[in-house]
Design a binder for this molecule. Structure first.
Ligand code: NAP
Length: 321
């Protein structure tokens, strides 16, 4: 492996790779698929910087393999739950992420999941593909109408949560939210009502998760939380899979307490819960929240620029504290 190289653990979009070739040399780029652990450790040896994806576990073992020259890990994601931040801090290795540039794309997807579940879009599509014949009926395929003033509960009114609030407001939803910005001026302009977590789960017709995965939030949506939700309500998760106890979610759906769920992220990613896979009321996506073309370019470019800043002796643009 080239000593003092920058390691890119998986190939990024063409725009991001061309910026990396221009700004970061020497460069070692692994394949499109996630590297196996041995290859990752071998390729990290002597690296001064690592551009990482959420599929890579960045921890003490990797830092040991890299050696003492490593200065920054630039994650191409807003979440940093794949990185042992404490280990990085202990070794003086900087960590950066890509917040801000993916808010609109991820909020678009959260809204798409809210509409897909409440209006039963995927279920209806499956029906029409399999039905030999069908006829319109006034009571068929009726679902919750967000635009008729349904209450959308946003857990974590941060960057993405606020972008979801803007969309939900435009749709005519009543919005309740947790997080420090829920009592700020932008939230007030969107008529957001700040509430505590318990009240949010007890009152919302649709609960949508936008907080990070941390030791505090892991398993936040457990059996008790699901039991506290309104009869016929919906759960949307574009945050991180382990926020939700998926077996408890499957129970709530099978018992008919929840009317539906939309999941972009999964508890044991890339594995998908078999009970949820079998449920018609669940829309399942392969973690595509940020997968807008412009956003994926912007995420890669920001990660590359974070590395370039650090190698030039400056602070990363978007450091993780
Ligand atoms: P952000 O701006 O930092 O907002 C995070 C929100 O979560 C804030 O409202 C924050 O409240 C709240 N929060 C933090 N810790 C919490 C806790 N322990 N309990 C309850 N709420 C808590 O983050 P963001 O940029 O919007 O991103 C949010 C998350 O979305 C990321 O961490 C990532 O996991 C996920 N994400 C997923 C995709 C995807 O492809 N599906 C794409 C992008 C991001 P305070 O303001 O009070 O701190």
């Amino acid at each position: 492996m080239t000593p003092s190289h920058v390691l890119v653990t998986r190939s990024l979009t063409a725009a991001a790779m061309s910026a990396a070739q221009r700004l970061l040399a020497p460069l070692v780029v692994l394949d499109d698929a996630p590297p196996d652990r041995a290859e990752l450790l071998r390729s990290a040896r002597g690296a001064v910087a690592i551009v990482s994806l959420l599929t890579e576990q960045i921890d003490d073992e990797l830092f040991d393999a890299a050696g003492g020259q490593l200065r920054i890990v630039a994650n191409v994601a807003a979440g940093v739950d794949n990185i042992d931040l404490e280990a990085a801090a202990r070794r003086g290795i900087l960590v950066s992420n890509t917040p801000g540039v993916l808010d609109e794309a991820t909020a678009d997807l959260a809204l798409a999941l809210i509409l897909a579940t409440t209006r039963r879009i995927v279920e209806a599509d499956r029906f029409i593909r399999s039905a030999e014949q069908w006829i319109w009926g006034p009571k068929d395929w009726v679902g919750l109408q967000v635009s008729a003033g349904a209450t959308v509960g946003i857990v974590g009114l941060g960057r993405i949560g606020m972008a979801v609030a803007r969309r939900a407001h435009a749709f005519g939803a009543r919005i309740i939210a947790t997080g420090s910005r829920s009592s700020g001026p932008e939230a007030a302009a969107l008529e957001v009502v700040p509430v505590g977590l318990d009240e949010l789960f007890e009152t919302a017709d649709v609960v949508t998760l936008h907080c990070p995965l941390t030791s505090e939030t892991r398993g936040m949506v457990d059996a008790a939380r699901l039991k506290s939700m309104r009869q016929g309500s919906y759960l949307i998760n574009t945050g991180r899979g382990p926020l939700v106890d998926e077996d408890a979610l499957a129970d709530a759906l099978e018992e008919g307490r929840l009317a539906g769920a939309g999941l972009d992220v999964h508890e044991n990613e890339p594995l998908v819960n078999e009970r949820l896979r079998r449920s018609d009321r669940v829309v399942l996506l392969p973690h595509i929240g940020s997968a807008g073309a412009a956003t994926r370019d912007a995420m890669g470019l920001l990660a590359v620029r974070n590395v370039a800043e650090v190698l030039a002796g400056r602070r990363p643009i978007t450091p993780v504290d």
